[in-house]
Design a protein around this ligand. Structure first.
Ligand code: ADP
Ligand code: MG
Length: 613
């Protein structure tokens, strides 16, 4: 496999230009830059901490605060204080299943689009919110160094899919940063480790348990070559889940269930903070007590044991994929705040029986690696070679809804693979190419990235056309796809557009436009999105009313019709929030009606079934 050098050594980047290394975390974000060859972490104004809580608060007057000050508002203003945005990045509502219920703020279901967060009468995309965190980090550096910083390397979990990576890139752009590279967090951690290590040839495991995600990567390091052998993880496993387990335990002690807190978001938030406090306390003590809330290490360990076992199972899976044994690992690098939990270290040393390396602060190691990578891209580091892998398989749908894998997971990136397909019907002129990411055999269980139609295939008997589908994954792990009919030299090239992301066309436009215009671009797009969503909802609501006259009461029909008319009336405004407000009213009102209609239709169908039996 060809090795790809990331060392440009071009000298195109001016020597004193600052390129940021950013760890955009679910819970905490950090920013770093390289000075005299060493990564430096930027501290907050008080000089106390390098961590910026990834929390945003919108005040009643519409001002935005980010970081520690926002975290303080979690309890007092749960509905206007936004946390864990990274968990929403690149996601549609249906991707979140019941996660949305766990949040103290409101996210809205926008059909076939990325989710939006609602604060008061305003709507924000996770991309915009992430951009605000990035801006805050950028400003931290700028005010400390009195320079402008326009370029960055941003890290993402290795397990991030295409939509999540694209969303991260877009957030960078929106923050006024040129994102030179998206790199995987474990790879960044390995870079920071390699930079400090005397050993030149070893196999390491990077175990990252943060607030929201778990990542495990196995890497082979030799003389500045960082070769990722395999990666595994879970985008829904981390310290937040540990907190949830404690909350559940406390509620059970009182004979309550989690739903007891559904109504009272302020109560839920304060219990959450108490649980986190207990957890952190237990990392250094054997028992916790605060008022009525108590917990000791033994019970805590029992509670979280299954969660940690899950991370170990994934670690073993990564080892298997790398075709290694636990004894082949020379060192384990700990990353993420949750690795401070003693049981994590205990269980890991049982599994590996090797040195657990935690000389570098597990909070800071990723940002440091990102800064080193940034420095390398500026041509200042020598002999760095980064060989990453794809976290998920990529393929296309074939007859019968089957997933045909084109690039298997754990393939080296950048990658470029072509595969040939043909038609199944005589004279077939069009071929639909639907692209999926995931490991399951049926595409319906995998994530759809998008689809396109190859048009104008000259008439031929079935099986004769030779359609080459070409997958390209760039160094950021972002995917582009083309298709062409080879036999007749009809070179129709189409680049896929991601299902939820920004289209290629829009992306190209954004690149050409200066970074300064990014904000305006996003606003225009957001308005167009709102209008499209609005008209789609009008259409489906009208159809719904027509089809369900028998199930709906006269009053319900009248109310819904009025709401539809209200929505129609605002489709031409220039303020997207006005449109979303009407969308939300209609959605909220019609949801239970839709459910009732569905139940009715299902029971009718079942009756039909039993008659036949
Ligand atoms: P992320 O990468 O998701 O932003 P971090 O690596 O910053 O997350 O880890 C944050 C998580 O670490 C939170 O769930 C936090 O409660 C947890 N954490 C921080 N310090 C400790 C500690 N001393 N003991 C246990 N958990 C901790
Ligand atoms: Mg992290």
């Amino acid at each position: 496999m060809a090795k790809i050098s990331i060392n440009m050594k071009s000298g195109e980047v001016a020597a004193k230009e600052i390129i940021l290394g950013i760890d955009l975390g679910t819970t905490n974000s950090l920013v770093s830059y390289v000075k005299d060859g060493r990564p430096v972490l930027v501290k907050d104004r008080t000089g106390q901490s390098t961590l910026v809580p990834s929390v945003l608060h919108f005040s009643e007057s519409g001002d935005l605060i980010v970081g520690d000050a926002a975290k303080d508002k979690l309890m007092t203003h749960p509905e206007s204080t936004i946390y864990s945005v990274k968990r929403l990045l690149g996601k549609a509502y249906q991707d979140l299943s019941d996660y949305s219920n766990r949040l103290s703020y409101k996210i809205i279901d926008v059909e076939d689009q990325l989710v939006k967060v609602q604060v008061g009468d305003k709507f924000y995309s996770p991309i915009e919110l992430s951009a605000e965190i990035l801006k805050h980090l950028k400003q931290r550096v700028e005010s400390e160094l009195k320079v402008t910083a326009n370029k960055a390397v941003i890290t993402v979990p290795a397990y991030f899919n295409d939509a999540q990576r694209q969303a991260t890139r877009d957030a960078g752009k929106l923050a006024g940063l040129e994102v030179l590279r998206i790199i995987n967090e474990p790879t960044a951690a390995a870079l920071a480790y390699g930079d400090q290590s005397e050993d030149t040839d070893e196999t390491i495991a990077v175990y990252d348990l943060g607030g929201g995600t778990f990542d495990i990567s196995i890497l082979q390091l030799s003389d500045g070559v960082y070769d990722v052998l395999s990666t595994n993880g879970d985008t829904f496993l981390g310290g937040d889940d540990v907190d949830e387990l404690i909350i559940k335990h406390w509620l059970e002690e009182r004979g309550l269930t989690v739903s007891a807190m559904d109504e009272d978001k302020t109560l839920a938030q304060s219990v959450r903070l108490k649980a986190e406090q207990a957890k952190k306390h237990l990392s250094a003590n054997n028992s916790f007590a605060s008022g009525d809330f108590t917990l000791d290490r033994e019970i805590f360990d029992t509670l979280i044991s299954p969660l940690i076992e899950t991370t170990l199972a994934k670690t073993k899976a990564a080892l298997r994929d790398a075709e290694l044994d636990s004894t082949d690992i020379d060192k384990i690098i700990l990353v993420g705040g949750s690795t401070r939990i003693p049981l994590v270290k205990e269980k890991l040393s049982q599994l590996f029986n090797v040195e657990i390396y935690n000389e570098i602060d597990p909070d800071e190691v990723v940002a440091m690696g990102a800064a080193l990578q940034a420095d390398s891209l500026a041509g200042n580091q020598s002999d760095l070679l980064l060989l990453d892998v794809t976290p998920l398989s990529l393929g296309i749908e074939t007859v019968g809804g089957l997933m045909d894998t084109v690039i298997p997971r754990n393939s080296k990136v950048p990658a470029s693979v072509a595969k040939s397909y043909t038609t199944s019907v005589d004279g077939q002129a069009n071929l639909k190419v639907a692209v999926f990411q995931g490991e399951r055999d049926l595409v319906e269980h995998n994530r759809k990235l998008g689809e396109f139609i190859l048009k104008g295939i000259p008439p031929m008997p079935a099986g004769i056309p030779k359609i080459k589908v070409h997958f390209v994954i760039d160094a950021d792990g972002i995917i582009k796809i083309k298709a062409e009919e080879e036999r007749t030299q009809t070179r129709t090239e189409i680049t896929i557009k991601s299902q939820y992301g920004i289209s290629e066309e829009e992306m190209g436009k954004m690149l050409i436009d200066s970074i300064k215009n990014a904000k305006v671009d996003m606003e225009t797009k957001a308005l167009v999105d709102a209008k499209n969503e609005g008209s789609a909802l009008v259409f489906s609501a009208e159809k719904f009313i027509k089809q369900n006259k028998a199930i709906l009461s006269e009053e319900e029909i009248a109310t819904m019709s009025r709401q539809v008319a209200d929505l129609k009336a605002v489709l031409d405004v220039t303020d997207k929030d006005v449109i979303y407000a009407k969308i939300t009213v209609l959605n909220e009102y019609s949801e239970p009606l839709a459910e009732r209609a569905m139940n009715h239709n299902i029971s009718m169908a079942m009756k039909g079934q039993s008659l036949k039996d």
